[in-house]
Design a binder for this molecule. Structure first.
Ligand code: SPD
Length: 259
């Protein structure tokens, strides 16, 4: 632990209207206002390297595995043979890294609007993507995820939306038109996954997404991850499908797939 001094820089999370969390920046590694958002990367003795976008903590190298594993393995373990996976957002490469652990995945496409996030992630915390961007099965597209999904002819077994909160460039990744396009780009039985905010402090976010998805899919099955750097309790991850994979699965099947 390094002792705060008068010159210590604290970086505040500014997303919540009525409360703030701040982290000490032992060393600011990079800070830029990109074309799309304010990005800051800094070191903290407890959390390791921290990425904040527009005042929202996106990841810390100490605990990122919790969120990334839950975003990737829940849908991919629920499917018998996922081959084509799309990640929208997630420019740090953490979800992509977990997706590529599934040997059956033949093509994993990551679409992020902000090249700055990918480039700085590779420079300042390459262990998060851990080579995923160089995997021959992966491809990276710098594009607006909303436009990409509305226009693509491809069909995916799983679409994983690794967005920030509904502000800045991420806001449109929480709307019904976007989720409608995602549904249209899934193969029959495919699964849509979307980061859905802190349940305790933003229940309306989970309620709204769940109602959008319920109008689009016969099965909606949100689950949670509790990751220490997302202060305020459990974070919701929403999941939807027109098949049965999310609800009709037994332990023996999961165990066989895990092997
Ligand atoms: N409350 C913040 C949720 C941030 C979700 N996105 C994290 C990106 C990590 N790949």
């Amino acid at each position: 632990m390094t002792k705060p001094t008068a010159r210590t820089r604290w970086v505040n999370e500014t997303f919540h209207a009525d409360w703030q969390v701040r982290l000490k920046a032992d060393r600011v590694l990079h800070e830029v206002k990109s074309k799309h958002q304010h990005l800051v990367i800094f070191e903290n003795a407890t959390w390791g390297t921290v990425l904040m976008l527009d005042g929202v903590t996106q990841l810390t190298t100490a605990d990122e595995f919790m969120y990334h594993e839950m975003m990737a393995h829940v849908p991919l373990m629920a499917l018998e043979k996922p081959r084509d996976v799309l990640v929208i957002g997630g420019g740090d490469g953490g979800v992509l890294r977990e997706v590529l652990k599934h040997g059956g995945v033949k093509r994993a496409t990551l679409v992020d609007i902000d090249r700055e996030v990918i480039d700085t992630a590779l420079k300042y915390f390459p262990q998060v993507s851990d080579g995923a961007f160089d995997d021959p099965r992966s491809e990276t597209v710098i594009a607006d995820g909303v436009k990409f999904i509305a226009e693509t002819d491809r069909r995916f077994d799983a679409i994983i939306v690794d967005s920030s909160e509904p502000i800045g460039p991420s806001a449109v990744l929480h709307g019904k038109p976007f989720f409608t396009s995602c549904r249209n780009a899934l193969k029959p039985g495919g699964i849509l996954i979307a980061q859905n905010g802190l349940i305790f402090s933003a229940p309306e976010h989970l309620e709204q997404t769940t109602s959008y998805l319920a109008e689009l899919f016969p099965t909606v099955a949100p689950y949670t991850v509790t990751q220490p750097c997302y202060f305020g309790g459990a974070l919701a991850i929403n999941a939807a499908t027109d098949g049965h994979a999310l609800t009709d699965i037994d332990v023996a099947t999961l165990s066989r797939r895990a092997k």
